[in-house]
Design a protein around this ligand. Structure first.
Ligand code: F0G
Length: 462
């Protein structure tokens, strides 16, 4: 008998214990809802959404262990047992020496930027992130993108689009001098590039370069375990290492970190700053009291810190990451089967559809990605978000940033949706793709000053 090669699929390493019922709506209802929301998916009411792919931030399903942890959260104002448990988990799994809890990632970015950045400083990074760059700028710094060119090309299939181009960094160091560069800002994985990883090889080279020049590396470790999974899958020498060990190695190559625990760490709220330098820690411990709360809670309830401690341990489990990234890949492959242009390689936290290629008849001033997100919502109630010219915002001189990438992000909450949901999403995008030539662009009718993508309002261009 001929032996057959049987494909072995991944499946979720958990089962469901409780479900949340969703409201099913009609196209007419959704047309009205998106118009009322100014064609901005951030302004929709969540009860009008069927499958919510707005973000993977704080939208995770916690485990029974985490829910149980909530019950034993210690709500003491000072010296909470839950803080010490969270601190222990951070030291054990990430290896940083000193920890400051914050209400979420941007709280940590604010404190860190205030301490390290002086007016006129240069902050190079592997692509910007909205809140990170804003805090760098508010502290007086200027952000410079030093990511490899491949990251800006949605068609490049380079496996480590999160890598730093060290030559680009070297040009900045030669031009401004290392003294004006308080740190290099490194994200694992790179959100705005499509959830793309940095390789260990690149990070090691960056460590050598920065050590030589006396420059710190600050790690935006929001999705570090997802980055570690890609290293395990793609980088020579790491095939047999666990996600847990790779995460620790990544962190060991950096001097400190900011973390939005709302992603990797599988909770609904929380974050922290971590640093190995005692003097910086001391200043942060002082500043956190001004902006977040006492240094043993930083804006978090004891139960939140308890859930983070448990979530960190769950996040570095190899099976968890395989299912997490596997689900995103499944959705990507479904879309590709319909010919939808997506950013490749498929990233860790979502599928990024190339809105310029999808709607080639729209100029960037007609907001192709914003338009496409609204159309997909109307078609099926699937909520996505714009990652293009609206998110990029304006420069200090008032001019628009015009990013090369004009994307719609289908961000996957962790442990929330099923494979059947993935099919429904891909079919909806395919339906919109079929009628793409009839889609009209948008005009912006209200623009807030900061992080405009959250609250801007639009109308259909006539
Ligand atoms: N860094 C990265 C890479 C992020 O993706 C985020 C948040 C932050 C920092 C800020 O953390 O939200 O806890 O204050 N990203 C969310 C998103 C909002 O939808 O991509 P936060």
């Amino acid at each position: 008998m001929k032996k057959q090669l049987i494909k072995r699929s991944w499946a979720e390493p958990y089962k469901m214990k409780m479900v949340e019922l969703l409201k099913m709506t009609t196209i007419a209802h959704r047309k009205k809802a998106i118009k009322e929301a100014g064609y901005n998916t951030f302004l929709l009411k969540s009860e009008d959404v069927y499958i919510d792919l707005l973000t993977d931030s704080g939208t995770n399903a916690m485990s029974d262990q985490q829910w149980a942890g909530l019950m034993i959260g210690d709500e003491a104002y000072a010296g909470s047992k839950s803080f010490f448990r969270m601190e222990k988990a951070i030291k054990e799994y990430y290896g940083y020496k000193y920890i400051i809890p914050t209400h979420q990632g941007r709280g940590a970015e604010n404190i860190l930027s205030k301490i390290l950045i002086k007016k006129g400083d240069i902050v190079p990074g592997n692509m910007y992130f909205t809140t990170t760059r804003l805090h760098q700028e508010l502290a007086g710094g200027k952000f410079y993108d030093i990511i490899v060119d491949e990251a800006h090309d949605p068609n490049s299939e380079f496996l480590f689009k999160g890598n730093v181009d060290i030559d680009k960094l070297d040009i900045l160091v030669k031009k401004y001098g290392a003294k004006r560069i308080p740190y290099v800002s490194i994200a694992t994985t790179v959100n705005m590039a499509g959830g793309q990883p940095i390789s260990m090889k690149n990070l090691k080279e960056l460590r050598v370069y920065t050590k030589k020049n006396g420059i710190r590396i600050i790690h935006d470790m929001t999705r570090v375990a997802e980055n570690a999974y890609f290293i395990q899958q793609r980088e020579k020498g790491y095939e047999k290492k666990s996600v847990k060990d790779i995460v620790k190695e990544i962190c060991s190559l950096t001097d400190g970190a900011t973390m939005s625990a709302k992603k990797d760490a599988l909770v609904n709220i929380g974050g922290f700053m971590a640093i190995n330098d005692y003097d910086i820690f001391e200043e942060a411990r002082n500043l956190v009291v001004v902006y977040e709360g006492l240094h043993t809670y930083g804006g978090l309830a004891g139960r939140d810190m308890e859930a983070i401690a448990i979530g960190i341990a769950e996040s570095v489990n190899d099976h968890h990451q395989r299912a997490r990234v596997g689900q995103v890949e499944y959705l990507g492959h479904q879309m590709e089967s319909y010919g939808i242009p997506i950013v490749k390689p498929i990233g860790s936290h979502g599928i990024f559809v190339d809105a310029r290629a999808f709607l080639p008849h729209l100029t960037q001033d007609e907001f192709p990605a914003q338009t496409l997100a609204a159309e997909i919502y109307i078609d099926s109630g699937v909520r996505t978000m714009e990652r293009g010219v609206v998110s990029a915002g304006r420069k200090a001189n008032g001019e628009n940033y015009y990013p090369k990438l004009e994307l719609v992000r289908f961000t996957m909450p962790r442990r929330v949706y099923t494979q059947a949901h993935m099919d429904v999403i891909a079919e909806s995008v395919a339906a919109v793709y079929e009628r793409r030539s009839k889609i009209k662009g948008l005009k912006m009718v209200y623009e807030p000053k900061y992080l405009r993508f959250f609250q801007a309002r639009f109308e259909i261009k006539s």
